[in-house]
Design a protein around this ligand. Structure first.
Ligand code: NOJ
Length: 509
């Protein structure tokens, strides 16, 4: 049987509102995505994952869905969606869409009915007094409960405009099976499942122990065993469609065993592997993550950044004197990740080496985390700043000239536009293109195992048959392992020496 596409795919995350604005309202849209698809095909990715573009009041950037079967006017129309999918497929790109089953927007018709006292059992409502029904806190800060004027409380693990569904109600199940079919019928190749370890809450909604960490195994809030039945049902729907339709879960958990349960053969095809993204710049940390991931035995994934975390150029450079080190490490990490078996998920803008924008003014910040934490947490806007495509003035081709983007772009980004980097063989964009080409050339030829080689202190060497990958996380140059040719390197490697913060792919006879 042929290997399904998603097993070794490079998937590019499009945070739609910040990717490309064709309509000129300062917010990215589906027509903008469509125009830029040739850029992605040329970059060399296999698929795109689009963050939510459904009808939404945008209290959480679209992760607050008011209608799961329609496109928000901000992003276009269903025909724009269809045209975008058709173009993507014509370019050989698969399309993954986001599905948000843990909660809806408070503007969803069901919640509006619930506010009128109808169908409250589709959400998690409880009677209570002056105090909320339990001690649960919102992931976005503050209590996870809001009280209505009639005295009932409803649960929202995120913003108060994102009420949690009651998955113990069969109507909720049926609704999502239908939503899956709606988008599958429109030709999508897969789903990214938002908060996939959410959905069910422990019966009786007991308090969380005071000392418990976010997303801890055994929590009454996350990773309840019943959720697996949902994914078994979803898998059956996906399998009933022609082509390799897939699902990748956003599963935050502190345990590999727990993660593995989502990846049983009749459940999700993949889950994001956040362990790599959380690991420090350290060969031992990377080796542990790789060993643990491969031990699961399911289809591995690797991810360095997404729209919820600080961009990895900045993460890897945190606390260092040189501002170039973060970028050097980011390029080395990419090459290491691409050398591993499985799929790689890239986040828009990382191919341009974009850093986190840390100095957004408070009045520009839109992430509900900023407001809910009363400004004590910066939120995630810094990794969501619109992409600089071309030109030397804001909005750098993100939107038509003269349009103000929904988040301000830094002046330094004039030097980082895709246009400028495309013409420079040493740019991060050219490096990404070259790395993705090299990966494609090897696709299907390498074993799914990784063999560790002895490596000097600070470095990590591994092989997969003819490919050896060497990454140097230490402060001193190291000698490269045996090879007959350097295939690609994240920075120049001369005379058999691998400098600090550099990775190389070597051909081994
Ligand atoms: C995870 C999404 O990636 C994030 O952006 C969102 O705020 C939460 N889920 C809630 O839907």
């Amino acid at each position: 049987m042929e290997t399904p596409w998603w097993r070794e795919a490079v998937v590019y995350e499009i945070y739609v509102r910040s990717f490309a604005d064709a309509s000129g309202d300062g917010v990215g849209d589906l027509a903008g995505v469509r125009r830029r698809l040739p850029y992605l095909a040329e970059l060399g990715v296999d698929a795109v994952w689009l963050t939510p573009f459904y009808r939404s009041p945008m209290a959480d950037g679209g992760y607050d869905v008011a209608d799961y079967r329609d496109v928000d006017p901000l992003f276009g129309t269903l025909s724009d969606f269809d045209a975008m999918v058709a173009d993507a497929h014509a370019l050989g790109l698969r399309v993954i869409v986001d599905i948000v089953p843990n909660h809806s927007s408070s503007e969803h018709a069901w919640f509006q009915a619930a506010l009128r006292g109808e169908g409250r059992d589709r959400y998690v409502f409880r009677d209570g007094g002056e105090l909320p029904p339990n001690n649960w806190q919102s992931v976005f800060s503050g209590p996870a409960w809001t009280r209505l004027p009639d005295g009932q409380w409803y649960l929202h693990l995120f913003d108060s405009t994102q009420p949690d569904f009651n998955w113990r109600n069969p109507e909720v199940h049926a609704e999502f099976l239908d939503v899956l079919r709606f988008w599958l019928d429109r030709g999508v190749d897969g789903f990214r499942i938002d908060v996939a370890m959410g959905l069910y809450k422990a019966e009786g909604l007991p308090d969380t122990p005071a000392e418990s960490q976010a997303f801890a195994t055994g929590s009454p809030i996350w990773g309840r065993p019943e959720v697996h039945e949902v994914y078994r049902a979803w898998r059956k729907v996906l399998d009933s469609y022609p082509g390799d339709r897939m699902a990748v879960g956003e599963v935050w958990t502190d345990s590999i065993e727990d993660l593995a349960r989502y990846l049983r053969p009749d459940e999700l095809h993949q889950s994001f592997n956040f362990a790599w993204l959380e690991a420090p710049w350290s060969p031992t940390a990377f080796r542990t993550v790789i060993d643990d991931t491969l031990a699961i035995g399911a289809s591995p994934t690797w991810v360095l950044s997404n729209h919820d975390v600080v961009r990895h150029v900045t993460r890897y450079g945190e606390g260092l004197a040189s501002s170039t080190t973060g970028l050097a490490r980011a390029r080395a990490a990419l090459l290491t990740m691409l050398a591993l078996p499985g799929s790689a998920y890239l986040y828009q803008g990382e191919e341009l080496g974009l850093p986190e924008v840390k100095d957004l003014p408070p009045e520009a910040r839109k992430d509900p985390i900023f407001a809910r934490s009363e400004g004590t947490l910066p939120g995630r806007d810094g990794c969501r700043v619109p992409i600089p495509w071309s030109g030397v003035e804001v909005p750098y081709g993100f939107a038509p000239d003269g349009v103000t983007p929904w988040l301000p772009q830094p002046v330094e980004w004039a030097a980082l536009t895709a246009e400028r980097q495309a013409g420079d063989p040493d740019s991060t964009l050219s490096f990404y293109q070259e790395a993705l080409r090299a990966r494609r050339a090897l696709r299907g030829t390498l074993p799914s195992r990784v063999t560790w080689l002895d490596s000097p202190e600070g470095a990590l060497f591994f092989t997969r048959a003819s490919l050896t990958c060497a990454v140097n996380c230490g402060p001193d140059p190291v000698r490269l392992p045996p090879h007959d040719r350097v295939l690609i390197a994240s920075a120049p490697v001369d005379d058999g020496v691998l400098p600090p913060d550099t990775a190389a792919w070597l051909h081994t006879p």
